[in-house]
Design a protein around this ligand. Structure first.
Ligand SMILES: [Mn+2]
Length: 294
């Protein structure tokens, strides 16, 4: 029931008849979970903040002419946190995402902490056995375990690499243990410092990806001037257009089958990071839609 008295709480604030799951091609899966976060907390508030901000995003895009309200985007209710720990939580995410894929929708997960990505990748890998993962992140997240947990946010990619290959873009820092692993396993990492302001690394980066790509976007991959609302705002990250140009190149050359946007930790009273995360999510859906038109 729509009336002027209610603003729908879904991604982009779409009227109910535009968000029915039966007709949707895309689903937004909010997972409000931060079981292993250690420093700046609050990422469990990330999904709701992105959805709240998304209701102010212009659904029409002047550059492409795409009207997002016409695409069929359904927002799931928030996936409840599992209290028994990060491993069952990852399993829960895998189950929910697999259900979306079985229903024929492209699931876009909103986190929540980065450990959740493991569950989403497991579900996508079952549907796309040749999957590879593109990670945008300030950190490689390759610790074998962190503070006793192999399912820590700091171990997200280590678990993902047990499922399929990955490439990391925008990293600035890692531990010595991770560096040893990166060297021994030849993990492809495009460090922020080496790629800043350039595009001559795009093809080398894409050489490390299969045709079916899952994009995991840790918001701390962006520069803190663009995105301060993360647990560890490392200086020297990616700029806004730098990010969009690279992503467009990826969408032009690979089939991006799924994505997540994780680790927003909203700062009370500071709206632009939430809005930036919402715009990034909208841009990813727009690029996915454009790619299917080709
Ligand atoms: Mn991360």
């Amino acid at each position: 029931m729509m009336s002027d008295d209610f603003v729908p709480f879904n991604f982009l604030g779409l009227p109910e008849e535009r968000t029915t799951p039966e007709r949707a091609k895309y689903s937004i899966v909010p997972v409000a979970y931060e079981g292993t976060v250690t420093y700046g907390t609050g990422t469990k508030h990330g999904p709701a903040a992105i959805i709240a901000a998304s209701r102010e995003v212009e659904t029409y895009d002047v550059r492409t002419g795409i009207e997002l309200a016409d695409l069929g985007i359904y927002t799931l209710p928030e996936v409840a946190a599992v209290a028994t720990g990060p491993e069952p939580m990852v399993a829960r995410v895998e189950e929910v995402i697999a259900g979306e894929l079985a229903a024929g929708r492209v699931a876009i997960m909103l986190g929540g902490e980065h450990s959740l990505t493991t569950g989403a990748v497991r579900a996508y890998h079952r549907k796309y056995p040749a999957l590879s993962v593109l990670q945008i992140d300030a950190h490689p997240d390759l610790r074998d375990s962190y503070q006793g947990s192999p399912y820590s946010h700091a171990s997200a990619m280590r678990r993902v690499r047990e499922v399929c290959p990955n490439v990391t873009v925008g990293a600035r820092n890692c531990s010595s243990e991770e560096k040893s692993y990166i060297d021994a396993e030849r993990v492809p990492i495009f460090w922020a410092r080496d790629i800043a302001g350039r595009d001559d690394w795009y093809d080398r980066c894409l050489d490390n990806l299969s045709d079916d790509v899952y994009l995991t976007f840790d918001l701390d991959g962006l520069d803190p001037s663009v995105m301060p609302a993360v647990g560890t705002p490392e200086p020297g990250g990616l700029g806004w257009y730098e990010t969009l140009n690279f992503l467009q190149y990826v969408f032009d050359h690979k089939k991006v089958v799924g994505a997540d946007v994780v680790e927003l930790a909203p700062i009370p009273g500071l709206l632009y990071p939430d809005f930036t995360a919402a715009q990034l999510t909208a841009s990813i859906i727009r690029m996915m839609h454009l790619a299917t038109k080709k």
